[in-house]
Design a binder for this molecule. Sequence first.
Ligand SMILES: Cc1cc2nc3c(=O)[nH]c(=O)nc-3n(C[C@H](O)[C@H](O)[C@H](O)COP(=O)(O)OP(=O)(O)OC[C@H]3O[C@@H](n4cnc5c(N)ncnc54)[C@H](O)[C@@H]3O)c2cc1C
Length: 511
Amino acid sequence: MIKYDAVVVGAGNAGLAAALEFAQSGKKTLLIEQHNLPGGCATSFCRGRFEFEPSLHELCGVGPEENPGTVRTIMDDFGVKVEWKKVDDCFRVISTFSDGTPMDVTMPSGADEFIDKMEFYVPGSRSKMVELFDFLDQIEEFVNFTAEPDYDKKELMAKYADVLHVGAYSTSKVLDALGMPAKAKDILSVYWSYLGVDMDRLSFFHYANMVHMYVKSGAYIPTHTSHEISNTMIERFRELGGEVWYNCRAEEFLFEGKKCVGVRTAYGEIKADYVLANINQDIIYGKMIPKTVPIPERELKLSAARNRDFGARMFTVYLGLNKTAEELGIKDYSIFLEETMDSVKDYENLKKIDTNNYSIFLCYNVANPGISPEGTAMCSFTTMFTAADDWNNIPQEDYVKVKNKLAKKIIDNFEEKTGIVLTPYIEEISVATPWTFARYLNVPEGSVYGYITNDWDSILARILTGEKDYPFKGLKHIGTSGERGDGYSSAYYSGKFTAIAAVKEMNGGNN
Ligand SMILES: Cc1cc2nc3c(=O)[nH]c(=O)nc-3n(C[C@H](O)[C@H](O)[C@H](O)COP(=O)(O)OP(=O)(O)OC[C@H]3O[C@@H](n4cnc5c(N)ncnc54)[C@H](O)[C@@H]3O)c2cc1C
């Protein structure tokens, strides 16, 4: 049987980062991926003359070269060079303020610029916004502190008592306690969908960590789609001596007693001292542990017993248009079209296909003019579902009709709200539903966000109790169902830092 120091299952963002960390630590590492290319969500696909970005709207944590964020630092540490483009504005949002007045707001990136613009839209909000951003800084510091594998929990408690007190409250509660004016609160709630939890349940800690990164250091995208990042990571992994097997699906983990000692794949059994799985925990514990191995009750009934629900299931319409962004009158990179600024109501509406009136429009050319052929534009609309029942119940023969109807509703709504006409200029259209993502990525119900990070299961709670989530020696999960939740930056982080902990354990340390 072939033997490696470490096997990483799944070459998504988390798997790529984990594989690189192992290889860089001198471990003989194998990365296996069920598809013929790396990246998971971070890939690209071609239709006609367009190469589409399937997932990434914007990446937080990159930051400028002179002040690098976590993602840029992780890539630099790995020796992975990616060409980035900065996205200028945070977002434009078209909706209705909670007092019933119309809302059409564009917010820039940069803390000072964001606060100034908020003051313009909501006079008198400045002092509350400054207070909020001070707090975001403290939370960022806390996160950096916990990034050290051996951080001292006692020191953490003493140094960041305020963060621990306040961070566990919901974002709504904290903004109310700060006395944030209602209209400013509406504008600040735009980001809820990036984490897939309404503001009444989304822990302030999680919200603050993300908003700090997007607003303070801005968002970035790779020049050549996220496929470029994944390819560059694979090249570097190989340079470091790592091995990659594509078209290789992991079926079951191998055990000796209670220790994981490898993985059974479509190509046979592979032995390893350590296995990291870029797979949702429901699948790991529900399908991939041999029947002879006793699975702790907590993991066996993961979603049910721990009252966990899957996070956002995506629905995306990709458009290749035979006119330029300027010709079409598109000026914004991203436009959030929200029926209401009440995220609790929105969360409920997003459970059903008929009541889903939410979408995020994106025109990649605004931030990256050369992304599509000359004379064209490349756009997408993304919405999400907070429950899967409707998709589960569609008869197979109606599937295409249902997805195309929703795609048309989303495009019509955009045209009506913005006055920008797209339909006559559509050269290519492709529609991905929760089932597209489920099939392609092997994620339950098409959720690319793992489990929702609501109140008691917030990121803060996960960070502080993380070790309990790994019941078997030699096996750890990585990716969006883990500690840091969804998103590119969280996945890179999860892969790298879980691999650092595994290496320490392999080298005889305690973890
Ligand atoms: C439409 C859309 C828009 C998004 N927008 C953004 C955004 O703007 N910013 C952002 O930060 N995030 C965004 N996200 C979320 C982000 O893409 C994901 O949260 C993140 O990339 C997930 O990474 P991962 O490594 O955990 O998992 P995945 O990308 O799901 O990768 C898992 C990998 O494991 C492989 N695999 C699974 N099972 C097996 C097996 N048994 N054997 C072998 N291989 C296996 C899969 O094929 C896949 O390659 C978006 C996602 C979507 C779909």
